[in-house]
Design a protein around this ligand. Structure first.
Ligand code: BES
Ligand code: MN
Ligand code: ZN
Length: 481
């Protein structure tokens, strides 16, 4: 999909030929003398356009515009969330099989936040997954033009948002694919495809190399499946080699049956999404390839299936992680932490400024925070703050969770250095406490995206989160020019 931004007033925006013109109307709209704002003014005065966010009035070939359809959408004070809701409503009304060209304009000020929200909402509202359909009906929308009163304040944010959309859509694509079409080997192929970009390189390790590194914990999860594991190392080098990188680590379980501690059948299909952390790493690299910032980033993806065969790891088995710590695997369904801990140890070699792991780690996090905020855990206040504000800026929210040492009590065992599960209480926190043991050598944060990475029900599908948050964290605030 193609986005374009232009400085146009209402009259000029309405003169653009398109299938749909969406006009975002602020609560305090003051009509000028031009025909479009007269039209809006009249609609507001008569009450045909209500001022509640998401209230819309749709028109067919009005004389004031060159568009086939026009939707006036109330957008409150034009805050990001209001723009998103207004656009969701407007697109719901105005979308049709023939929507190829969309023009979106602001009948008032357009903040950088509002423009970002608009780009993300249009992309999300028109996204379609097609890969495993026999008669694909792809997104019809080809071009979206955003008309703003003034370009300078919003251009940098717009460019970033467009690149984030590309990253989110790559993440969605891989996450939505069924597990038989998104194996660890396929994910490694996707990473290698990203390495076509001059600033990106990729190395893929297989079972032999991983054994040599001593990743006994990762290998224990992979041993129950016929699909060979992959350990994917992506590097983005936009700055001098001497500059320490940030490392992002994505959980890449391409299917989580639970292993011998098998999951119940209902909704087990959703465990194809257990590689959403990995997908967010791929998506972030896609965005980096478009924005080409002067930073260094390493992406690590431990990837395998969590299945059951005669060789599968059993409850009570003790394995030795790459760190040397032994782990008693009391529950084979707590496999995410088992593959991540070895990836965290591997991250030490990059002498990173920070390591952020991203994982669909616990059902408990879904219970705690639902689909709204990602669970964020960090023992490093500056890093936690940076991630929280990156999430706010990106409208890809997270919430800091505790890591008190008392939460680690339940991980004690008589048979190894640590157990891979504690009780049911505070399950998202005890999972993070397990990971923390492997992240002592660098500033570390863990993002539990079990609730935020995909939607269930009729709209089942990946959200592309937290690509926006990660990009925002890695790049820092966009600079207006
Ligand atoms: N991939 C799951 C977490 C998950 C469950 C995400 C449901 C989204 C929805 C993870 O591997 C898992 O199975 N975690 C267990 C941990 C438990 C055994 C301590 C869980 O959350 O039940
Ligand atoms: Mn599991
Ligand atoms: Zn899992």
């Amino acid at each position: 999909m193609n986005f374009e931004i232009k400085a146009l007033d209402l009259t000029a925006a309405a003169a653009e030929k398109c299938d749909l013109l969406v006009v975002l109307v602020p609560k305090d709209f003051k009509p000028g003398k031009d025909p479009v704002s007269q039209l809006i003014g009249g609609a507001l005065k008569s009450g045909d356009l209500e001022t509640g966010v998401g209230k819309c009035l749709s028109l067919y070939r009005p004389s004031q515009a060159a568009a086939v359809r026009v939707v006036l959408a109330s957008a409150g004070e034009g805050k990001a969330r209001q723009v998103k809701n207004a656009l969701n409503a407007a697109l719901g009304l105005g979308k049709s099989a023939s929507l190829k060209r969309l023009v979106l304009c602001f009948a008032g000020a357009a903040s950088a936040d509002a423009v970002r929200a608009a780009v993300l909402a249009v992309a999300d509202g028109t996204y379609v997954y097609t890969t495993s359909k026999s008669k694909p009906q792809p997104r019809t929308l080809q071009k979206t033009m955003i008309a703003v009163p003034k370009l300078a304040d919003v251009k940098a944010e717009f460019d970033r948002a467009v690149a984030v959309v590309a990253g989110m859509e790559l993440a969605k694509e891989w996450a939505n694919r069924p597990a038989n079409l998104a194996t660890p080997t396929d994910l490694a192929g996707a990473a290698q495809a990203l390495a076509k970009h001059p600033k990106i390189s990729c190395t893929v390790l297989g079972p032999r190399e991983v054994a040599k590194l001593g990743m006994g914990s990762f290998m224990a999860v992979a041993q129950g499946s016929d699909q060979p594991l992959r350990f994917i190392v992506l590097r983005y080098e936009g700055a001098a080699k001497s500059k320490a990188p940030a490392v992002i680590v994505g959980k890449g379980i391409t299917f989580d049956s639970g292993g011998i501690s098998i999951k119940p059948a209902p909704e087990m299909d959703e465990m194809k999404f257990d590689m959403c952390g990995a997908a967010s790493v791929l998506g972030t690299f896609k965005t980096l390839s478009l924005l080409k910032p002067a930073i260094n980033v390493v992406g690590l993806i431990p990837s395998c299936e969590n299945l059951i065969n005669g060789k599968a790891v059993k409850p009570g088995d003790v394995v030795t992680s790459m760190s040397g710590q032994t782990i008693e695997i009391l529950n084979t369904d707590a496999e995410g932490r088992l593959i991540l801990c070895d990836a965290l140890t591997y991250a030490e070699r990059f002498k990173p400024t920070a390591v952020v792991d991203i994982a669909t780690l616990t059902g408990a996090c879904v219970i705690a925070l639902g689909a709204v905020r990602t669970g964020m855990f960090s023992d490093h206040d500056d890093l936690a703050q940076a991630l929280a504000s990156a999430g706010d800026r990106a409208q890809d929210l997270c919430w800091r969770m505790p890591l008190d040492e008392d939460y680690a009590e339940g991980l004690k065992t008589n048979f190894a250095d640590v157990a891979n599960v504690a009780g049911r209480a505070a399950g998202a926190v005890t999972a993070a406490k397990f990971l923390q043991r492997f992240a002592e050598k660098f500033p570390w944060a863990h993002l539990d995206i079990a609730g935020s990475a995909w939607k269930s029900g009729a709209h089942k599908g990946a959200t592309g989160r937290p690509v926006g948050l990660l990009v925002e964290y890695l790049l820092g605030p966009a600079q207006a020019k």
